[in-house]
Design a protein around this ligand. Structure first.
Ligand SMILES: Cc1ncc(COP(=O)(O)O)c(C=O)c1O
Length: 374
């Protein structure tokens, strides 16, 4: 069996045609045609008023914080379990990250833990739709709304996921997406900021183009800002992928179903959850192995690698990684976030690329079963 990568896209002739057209024609007066089509189609798909295309999800979080006016002296709460990109922009704007615990079922931010970390300095939370799942949005919104705390929904991994029939990305003041090559919808690298708030949208457009309003022809910058723009070729690729979004999501759910039929009955192995009222798009098929097996995520990855299968570790708690070692808040989180610290050492992401076949999933599952100590 050839080496099985952990992730990868599904590209068809449609994507090749759109990108070829952008390379040939999206210049001069047509330079923004694909951006406009992609942004319009994206906002309609998510069910929000505005969408701004960007070079990454990281930049979308950065601009969200800037547009919300978050800065030095402010605290922003993020789940301890996520990719560092969810939290790094908090430092870019000079605010302090605070790491709250996750829910043991959804693996997303726990509303109970969030409540324990809120202080008078909390100005925003960045909730994360981890691995395509959705947190209890009702409880999280209740906790923040009462206190006037802004919400950024990091839906980088969750395009097409739903909570009570509303799409991931529409639950905060802003929602942010990643189109990195590993994501369900890809533009190679890329991101999107969505919002219903016109003030935040206008501010994001201004900040993404070196502090000048859209349409400015005098190159007359009124603030020092950022250069955060997507290229036409990326926008064309994104549009083609978005026009195929239902089949991309169905394939992800099919891949999960294959894994589930092979692994659901193995005692002490837990796969991604899908609570009633939510739709999980399973960006990464994830398995948590009971500690009783006596093997951790590094051990599993090593043994799977020997069978030509690439896996990824379940995210390490942010409060445990060297990047945050000197942060006082990380010390508190290390003591308090029992769920994050209980699950993370025993979790792995199994191959989840869109080119997987049932045969390959069967090989991965057979290999996985064979490496678990009996
Ligand atoms: C939860 C989460 N947030 C943010 C990001 C950052 O996305 P990007 O790489 O497009 O900046 C990622 C990307 O992997 C992610 O998984």
């Amino acid at each position: 069996m050839e080496r099985i990568p952990v992730s990868g896209p599904w590209i068809t002739q449609k994507e090749v045609d759109y990108v070829s057209d952008a390379v040939a024609h999206a210049w001069y007066g047509n330079a923004n045609v694909y951006h406009e089509r992609f942004e319009r189609a994206f906002s309609r798909y998510i069910g929000v008023r505005f969408a701004a295309s960007l070079p990454s999800c990281t930049s979308a979080i950065h601009l969200s914080l800037m547009a919300l006016g978050i800065g030095p002296g402010d605290e922003v709460i993020v789940p301890d379990i996520t990719w560092i990109a969810s939290a790094a922009p908090i430092s870019y704007v000079g605010a302090s990250p605070v790491f709250a615990d996750i829910d043991p079922k959804t693996w997303c931010l726990s509303a109970e833990s969030l409540a324990e970390y809120i202080t008078s300095k909390t100005k925003a939370i960045i909730l994360v739709d981890l691995y395509g799942n959705m947190p209890d949005m009702g409880a999280l919104r209740a906790a923040t709304r009462q206190r006037g705390i802004a919400v950024i929904e990091d839906a980088a991994e969750a395009i097409g996921s739903e909570f009570e029939q509303k799409k991931a990305g529409c639950f905060g003041d802003t929602g942010v997406f990643s189109f990195h090559g590993s994501k369900t919808l890809t533009t190679g690298e890329g991101g999107m900021l969505v919002t219903d708030r016109e003030d935040l949208y206008r501010r994001a457009l201004f900040l993404r183009d070196h502090g000048r309003p859209p349409g400015d022809r005098m190159f007359f910058n009124t603030e020092v800002a950022y250069k955060y723009k997507m290229s036409s070729m990326q926008a064309a690729l994104g549009l083609a992928q978005l026009e195929r979004i239902e089949e991309l999501i169905s394939r992800k759910r099919q891949i999960f179903a294959w894994y589930q039929s092979e692994l659901a009955d193995i005692e002490g192995v837990k796969l991604n959850d899908e609570a009633s009222g939510t739709k999980n798009t399973y960006w990464m098929i994830t398995a948590i192995v009971d500690p009783k097996y006596g093997i951790d995520k590094a051990g599993i990855m090593q043994r799977m690698s020997a069978k030509n299968i690439d896996c990824r570790p379940f995210f390490h708690p942010l409060s445990s990684i060297p990047a945050y070692k000197d942060l006082k808040q990380a010390e508190t989180a290390r003591r308090r976030n029992k769920v994050s610290y209980g699950i993370s050492p025993y979790g792995i992401n199994l191959p989840s690329g869109l080119n997987l076949t049932m045969e390959k999933v069967k090989y991965v599952c057979d290999s996985f079963k064979s490496i678990l100590p009996s």
